[in-house]
Design a protein around this ligand. Structure first.
Ligand SMILES: *Cc1c(COP(=O)(O)O)cnc(C)c1O
Length: 370
């Protein structure tokens, strides 16, 4: 066992909070003094600021990323009998939302280099019942949505972006969140833009979809005590909006630091492990996770643990093999997803991670792989 070095976590929210502490405490206190807790000024200002940041017509905040996906599917009118194509290699919420509206998730395999949906598999999965495709920008690596449009050529199929892991990522210099018909963000604390609780947001260029999302997020109520549809209570808290407004000012700096960490990992680990992450052509990857492939996963994880360094497996099992969805969608074999879930490993990455720490992590991995 080596000398005890300070623990390196997967993500360090405390250090970031300490940098922003005074600003955060003032903003939170102002909300408490102001007492406009629901749809207060920070919620409206945050939505405006996200519209500017993404260069999108509508940004509609809500209670979580899962709700954002649910609201988007409701707005598109997806319902029982419909099929929605989604990658098997993603967080469960992507598929849960499809089930909430009574539709059937159709899981497709991924491309090994990007970990995003394989376009040929999307093409093959389209049936007469396909109403939508959810493209997940996994780990912050943007999907080229035009490829998905081409795959669904000539068909009335809606494309939804799951941007839960890609706030600030871009494709052809356009931010994720404006590339398809509608997009969904999460502000879960560990996401690239995270609040201090739960939060989410839907973005779209379409006025009709925006109106529907607003309706469903607030009790189906276009005006007080008028209820035109059965809606939900899914609003972003005023306190969370105040926190997010502060962090939004730093998001590019945070994402650039993540990119620098990833570049250093790549430089050091290329050739040491089977695959290091790469950037999709014309895309800006913002490295929500730094995920590599190795056949020596157990060995490396043990060495890292012994050196007080965290690591994680995102994701150990594809959604196509999860019991939760087995009754709705038959269990299939998706070889790339299965191979990746057996060999993937994610390393610590966050804006405050120093390059010397990255070097230390790489030293440990290199000596484990000898
Ligand atoms: C985090 C996440 C979600 C869900 O977001 P919550 O805010 O936790 O509800 C959905 N999809 C993906 C890909 C995610 O990573």
């Amino acid at each position: 066992m080596s000398t005890t070095k300070p623990f390196i976590p997967m993500v360090d929210l405390r250090t970031q909070y300490h940098h922003l502490k005074n600003e955060m405490q003032t903003a939170i206190n102002d909300v408490l003094e102001n007492t406009a807790f629901i749809f207060g000024p920070n919620v409206h200002a945050f939505e405006d600021e996200v519209q500017d940041y993404l260069n999108v017509k509508h940004a509609i905040s809500c209670a979580s990323g899962t709700d954002a996906l649910h609201l988007a599917l409701l707005a598109l009118g997806i319902k029982e009998g419909d099929e929605v194509i989604a990658p098997a290699f993603t967080f469960a919420a992507t598929a849960e939302a499809i089930c909430y509206v009574g539709a059937k998730p159709v899981f497709v395999d991924i491309d090994i280099a990007s970990f995003n949906m394989d376009i040929q598999c999307v093409k093959n999965a389209i049936t007469a019942k396909t109403r939508a495709i959810i493209a997940v920008h996994l780990f912050g690596n943007p999907v080229n949505i035009s490829d998905i449009r081409t795959a669904s050529n000539g068909r009335e199929i809606h494309i939804i972006e799951d941007c839960a892991q890609s706030f600030g990522g871009a494709m052809h210099n356009k931010k994720t969140g404006i590339l398809a018909d509608i997009a969904c963000f999460s502000f879960f604390p560990s996401k690239n833009l995270g609040c201090y609780g739960d939060g989410g947001l839907v973005s779209t260029q379409h006025d009709d979809l925006a109106d529907k999302v607003k309706l469903y997020r607030n009790h189906g109520s276009p005006q007080r005590y008028e209820h035109t549809v059965v809606g939900y209570n899914s609003r972003l808290d005023e306190i969370q909006a105040a926190i997010l407004r502060i962090k939004l000012q730093h998001i590019d700096e945070y994402n650039n630091k993540r990119r620098a960490v990833a570049a250093r990992y790549n430089e050091r680990l290329q050739g040491v492990v089977e695959q290091v992450p790469s950037e999709t052509k014309d895309g800006t990857h913002i490295f929500h996770q730094y995920t590599l492939l190795t056949s020596q996963r157990e060995l490396i994880q043990k060495e890292l643990t012994d050196n007080n360094i965290a690591s994680a497996i995102y994701y150990p099992k594809g959604l196509h093999l999860q019991d939760a969805f087995a009754d709705i969608t038959p269990i299939a074999s998706l070889p790339v997803t299965e191979k990746v879930s057996m060999t993937c490993m994610s390393l610590p990455i966050y804006p405050e991670l120093a390059l010397e720490q990255v070097d230390f992590i790489c030293d440990v991995i290199q000596s484990a792989c000898k």
